[in-house]
Ligand binder design. Structure first.
Ligand SMILES: Cc1cc2nc3c(=O)[nH]c(=O)nc-3n(C[C@H](O)[C@H](O)[C@H](O)COP(=O)(O)OP(=O)(O)OC[C@H]3O[C@@H](n4cnc5c(N)ncnc54)[C@H](O)[C@@H]3O)c2cc1C
Length: 448
C-alpha cells in the first residue's frame, strides 16, 4: 500500500509555517497555508541560524539560496558589559561545520523569510494572505477564516490535518485547550531591537571594525545583555538589547522606544556600544515571553497539531526558537509521510510529540539559564562565571573532530552552574549536532 497523499492546512506563514508547508509539499501532500497578515514578511531585524537549523535548510532545499545572503560569523565574543573585555570567545565558523556538518549563520529575517516563501511557492504550497483563522472544528478537521481587510467574507477549509503554526499567542491553541490559562509566561526581560546602517557604523573607527569583522559580540551585564552582529554582507549591524522588563504589555509587539530610553537603560556600559546606541533614531521594544510546557500539542481528535512557537515558544537567549520550529517541520513531515490512511494520522502526531517535546522543553530551560548566567549582577557569582569563561579551552586550540549524532531522544542532564551553556561539552553537541531525520526515522523503525 502506498503512502497517503494528504490534504493539509497550515495556519501561519511565519518561519515555522513556511518550513512545514515546504516539508509537506516536498513529500507530495497538498498544502494550503493561511496567513492573517495582508502581506507576507518578517520584521526588520537579524536572526541567528545555528547548525542544527542550517542542516534543516539543506533538507528544505533552501541552503544554496541562502548561503550567499547570510553572514558566516567566525565566533561570538562574550564581553564584559562596561569595559568590553573579552571574557570567552565561542568559535563558530568553520569550527561548527567541521564538527557538526553544517555552518552557523546570521541573516536579516526578511531575507530568510523571502527565500522560504519563494521555495514554498516553488514546491506548490498554496499561500493565502488576508486569511485570519477565527474558528476550528477539530473533528472534521476544518478551519474558518475571516477574509480581507474588513473581514466581510468567511471561508471554511477542510483537511486531513490542520497544523497550527500561529505563534506564541496562538488562537488555535486557545480554541483547542479552553481550560489552559496563563500558559504564556513573562520573563524578567524586555528587548529593544534595531539595525544601524553601514554608513552610521563607518562614522566611528571602532564601530567600523565591529561591522567589518564577521563576528558576533555579546555584552553581558547586570540585568541584561546586548547581542550584536553584522548582517546583509555588512550593509547593516543588528542589535538585540535585553534589559529588565518595564511596563511593556505581554503580546504587544513593536512598542516604540526612544534613544534616550535606551541610553538610560545602558548607562555605564562599554562606550563603544553606547556610541552605537546613540545613533539609533528609534527602536522597537517588547516583553520577552515564553510558554510553559503544554500537556499535549494535539487536539482530542488527533487531527489538529501545534508547531513552532505555538507549541513551545522560548526566551531567545540560546537563539534556538526558530531552529526548533524548523526541526518540528521535518519531524512532523517524516511522521506524516508513513501514513497510509488518514485514520493513522493521530498515532503519528503522538510520535511527533514524543520526539519533539523533551528536546524543546530542554531548550526552553537552557535558554532561561543562559539569561540567568548572562544577566548576573557584579559579585561572587559573576566573578566565578567570568573566570570560567576566561579559562575555558578555546575550541580553536583543539583539533576539531566530526561529532557523530545519536539517534536517541535522550536529553542532557540539567546543570545550572555551567557558566556558558552554549559551549558546554555535553549540551552544545546535543543542541547543535542534532540529526533530525536520524532521530525520527529511528523512532519510526525506518532504515536511516
Ligand atoms: C528578540 C528575539 C530574538 C530571537 N532570536 C532568534 C534567533 O537568533 N534564532 C532563532 O532560531 N530564533 C530566534 N527567536 C525566536 C524566533 O523568532 C521564533 O521562534 C520564530 O520566529 C517562531 O516562528 P513561528 O513560525 O512558530 O511563529 P511566528 O513567527 O510568530 O509566526 C506566526 C504566524 O502566524 C500568523 N498568524 C497568527 N494568528 C493567525 C491566525 N489566526 N490566522 C492566520 N495566521 C495567523 C502570524 O501573522 C505569523 O505570520 C528570537 C525571538 C525573539 C523574540
Amino acid at each position: 500500500m502506498t503512502n497517503a497523499k494528504l490534504n493539509i492546512v497550515v495556519v501561519g506563514a511565519g518561519l515555522g509555517g513556511l518550513a512545514a508547508g515546504i516539508a509537506f509539499a516536498m513529500r507530495g501532500h497538498s498544502v494550503t497555508l493561511l496567513e492573517a497578515a495582508p502581506k507576507l514578511g518578517e520584521i526588520g531585524a537579524g536572526i541567528q541560524i545555528p547548525p542544527n537549523s542550517t542542516a534543516v535548510l539543506k533538507l528544505l532545499g533552501v541552503y544554496e539560496k541562502l548561503k550567499d545572503v547570510v553572514v558566516w560569523p567566525s565566533g561570538i565574543d562574550m564581553v564584559r558589559y562596561d569595559t568590553g573585555e573579552i571574557l570567552g570567545p565561542a568559535e563558530l565558523n568553520p569550527y561548527v561545520e567541521i564538527v557538526y556538518g553544517s555552518p552557523y549563520w546570521v541573516v536579516h529575517r526578511a531575507d530568510y523569510h523571502k527565500i522560504l516563501h519563494a521555495r514554498a511557492q516553488e514546491v506548490g504550497v498554496k499561500i493565502l494572505v488576508d486569511s485570519r483563522v477565527i474558528s476550528v472544528d477539530e473533528t472534521v478537521p476544518s478551519v474558518t477564516t475571516c477574509d480581507g481587510v474588513y473581514g466581510a467574507k468567511a471561508t471554511t477549509y477542510t483537511a486531513d490535518l490542520v497544523v497550527a503554526a500561529d505563534g506564541i499567542q496562538s488562537g488555535i491553541r486557545r480554541i483547542l485547550f479552553p481550560d489552559l490559562k496563563g500558559e504564556v509566561l513573562e520573563s524578567e526581560s524586555s528587548a529593544y531591537r534595531a539595525t544601524l546602517t553601514a554608513e552610521q557604523m563607518s562614522s566611528d573607527p571602532t564601530l567600523k571594525r565591529l561591522l567589518e569583522t564577521p563576528r558576533a559580540t555579546s555584552w553581558i551585564g547586570p540585568g541584561g545583555h546586548i547581542m550584536a552582529y553584522p548582517i546583509r554582507n555588512g550593509q547593516l549591524y543588528n542589535l538585540v538589547m535585553l534589559h529588565p522588563a518595564g511596563d511593556e504589555i505581554s503580546g504587544e509587539w513593536n512598542i516604540p522606544a526612544t534613544t534616550e530610553d535606551m541610553l538610560e537603560t545602558y548607562a555605564g556600559w562599554d562606550p563603544k556600544i553606547l556610541k552605537a546606541i546613540s545613533m539609533i533614531p528609534s527602536a522597537m521594544k517588547w516583553k520577552v515571553c515564553y510558554l510553559k510546557e503544554l500537556d499535549t500539542w494535539q487536539s482530542n481528535s488527533g487531527k489538529v497539531v501545534l508547531l513552532g512557537d505555538s507549541a513551545h515558544a522560548t526566551v531567545p537567549f540560546l537563539a534556538q526558537g526558530a531552529a526548533m520550529a524548523m526541526e518540528d517541520a521535518i519531524t512532523l513531515a517524516e511522521c506524516i509521510d508513513v501514513v497510509k490512511d488518514p485514520s493513522q494520522i493521530s498515532d503519528m502526531l503522538k510520535v511527533y510529540e514524543e520526539v519533539r517535546k523533551p528536546r524543546t522543553t530542554r531548550i526552553v530551560l537552557g535558554s532561561r539559564d543562559m539569561g540567568y548566567v548572562n544577566h548576573l549582577e557584579d559579585g561572587p557569582a559573576q566573578q566565578k562565571r567570568d573566570e570560567a569563561l576566561r579559562h575555558a579551552t578555546t575550541k580553536s586550540s583543539v583539533a576539531p573532530t566530526r561529532y557523530v549524532p545519536p539517534s536517541s531522544t535522550e536529553i542532557p542532564p540539567y546543570d545550572r552552574q555551567q557558566p556558558n551553556p552554549w559551549s558546554d561539552t555535553v549540551f552544545e553537541p546535543w543542541m547543535f549536532g542534532y540529526d533530525v531525520v536520524k532521530v525520527v526515522r529511528t523512532r519510526l523503525g525506518i532504515d536511516v
